[in-house]
Design a protein around this ligand. Structure first.
Ligand SMILES: [Cu+2]
Length: 134
């Protein structure tokens, strides 16, 4: 049994070396770095869900993000048909299509309804604030 175990161990070591091109340390380091980077990028996405009703928006949490963060916004229409647009942030959000953008400038942004969804005063009152902080 011990001999078989040793043979298996030797076999997997050889295969392991062959798999990474004869144990090239540089390529191994590169691979590790790539994994690290993708994990960071994923962890940096802040996601919010905005709920729309006639005639207001609310969010599952206050929309405050850190500068440099990637943001994902989802829209759920509970009542009526609403969309959100903000040219400054490059947001074009519909219930079918989440919006993703990079929060690269601090400030307070107003996200407004971009579908005429009722009388002027009702439609124009539909907004929600998004803050980008340092
Ligand atoms: Cu609306």
């Amino acid at each position: 049994m011990r001999i078989i175990g040793l043979l298996l161990l030797t076999g997997s070591l050889t295969m392991g070396l062959a798999a990474c091109g004869g144990g090239d340390e540089q390529s191994t380091a590169k691979q590790e770095k790539a994994v690290e980077t993708s994990t960071e990028a994923k962890a940096g996405v802040e996601e919010f869900t905005i709920t729309a009703k006639n005639w207001n928006f609310s969010s599952d949490k206050e929309i405050v993000v850190k500068k440099g963060e990637k943001v994902k916004l989802n829209l759920v229409n509970k009542e009526g048909l609403h969309t959100i647009k903000n040219d400054e942030l490059g947001i074009d959000l519909t219930a079918d299509k989440p919006a993703e953008f990079m929060a690269d400038k601090t400030g307070e942004y107003v996200l407004k309804c971009s579908t005429v969804c009722g009388a002027t005063q009702d439609h124009e009152g539909m907004e929600i604030s998004l803050k980008v902080v340092d």
